[in-house]
Design a protein around this ligand. Structure first.
Ligand code: FAD
Length: 227
């Protein structure tokens, strides 16, 4: 799972500037760390969300197709472009979980928990995936070699095949994604995301925290609820 921050515009100061137009009009507010922290705390607590829309993060993400599908369910404030399986030959890059990835699901839908598998389960998972990937890649290549169009041949490739895409979003839509795609004890509304989706979301969160530390702090303080 590879997440690269490509570009970014937007800061804690911009959130405050957008919010203060309410009372200051075109006046440019001075940066005041104490007041700015208080203002962002208030905006997050009372869910005044629109000042958090003045910013943009663009990420290039490399992830298995099953993660890309989950990611692209996020529509509001999100812009996407993805590698084409029609216009280019896909790469033989496939997902195999590490031995740290819990394999056994316990609990019920909506409140899943996972525990580590046995060595035998992990071996079966890895062996099954490798066999399926090698076979499907051979079939893909065989069809391409016979002149069959990429858009037809790709049908045999599994959802564990890696794809690349760009996503741009504003801080508010980013927080909405984090609220649903991370599992956190601090969250007011608990979510149970797929581990691989959370691996992507965690990397996005690290960049968000680095670039907008006060907004991130208040997001966490107020239960990771999207303002
Ligand atoms: C743990 C987990 C399990 C999931 N399981 C499934 C599953 O089994 N099957 C499945 O299909 N999906 C599943 N999803 C995807 C989920 O249903 C959402 O599509 C996804 O989380 C994006 O959320 P969203 O619609 O709030 O985000 P966005 O599309 O970014 O929308 C953000 C917000 O904008 C508003 N909004 C956006 N579009 C509309 C609209 N058309 N009408 C009204 N308001 C709108 C809503 O307030 C929404 O919350 C799962 C998600 C999670 C986190």
């Amino acid at each position: 799972m590879d997440v690269e921050l490509v570009q970014q515009a937007g800061t804690d100061a911009m959130v405050c500037r957008a919010a203060r137009v309410s009372t200051l009009g075109k006046e440019f507010p001075e940066i005041n760390d104490m007041k700015d922290r208080g203002l962002i705390n208030f905006l997050m607590r009372d869910r005044h969300g629109s000042p958090f829309e003045h910013g943009i993060f663009t990420f290039r993400i490399s992830a298995p197709i099953f993660v890309v599908r989950e990611f692209m369910r996020h529509r509001a404030g999100m812009s996407y472009n993805e590698e084409s399986g029609r216009y280019k030959e896909l790469e033989p890059v496939f997902y195999v979980p590490s031995d740290k990835r819990p394999l056994v699901q316990v609990g019920k839908a909506g409140a899943y928990d996972f525990k580590m598998g046995t060595f035998g389960q992990w071996w079966t998972a890895e062996e099954s995936m490798r066999t399926a990937y090698v076979t499907s890649w051979d079939m893909y290549q065989r069809m391409l070699a016979e002149g069959i169009a990429r858009e037809v041949a790709r049908s045999v490739l599994p959802v564990g095949t890696f794809s690349n895409f760009y996503v741009s979003c504003n801080p508010r839509s980013l927080m909405h994604l984090l609220s649903l795609r991370t599992k956190s004890h601090d969250a007011t509304y608990k979510s149970f995301p797929q581990v691989e989706m959370q691996m992507v979301a965690d990397q996005i969160e690290a960049e968000f925290k680095r670039l907008m530390p006060v907004t991130h702090e208040m997001f966490t303080k107020h239960g990771r609820v999207t303002p």
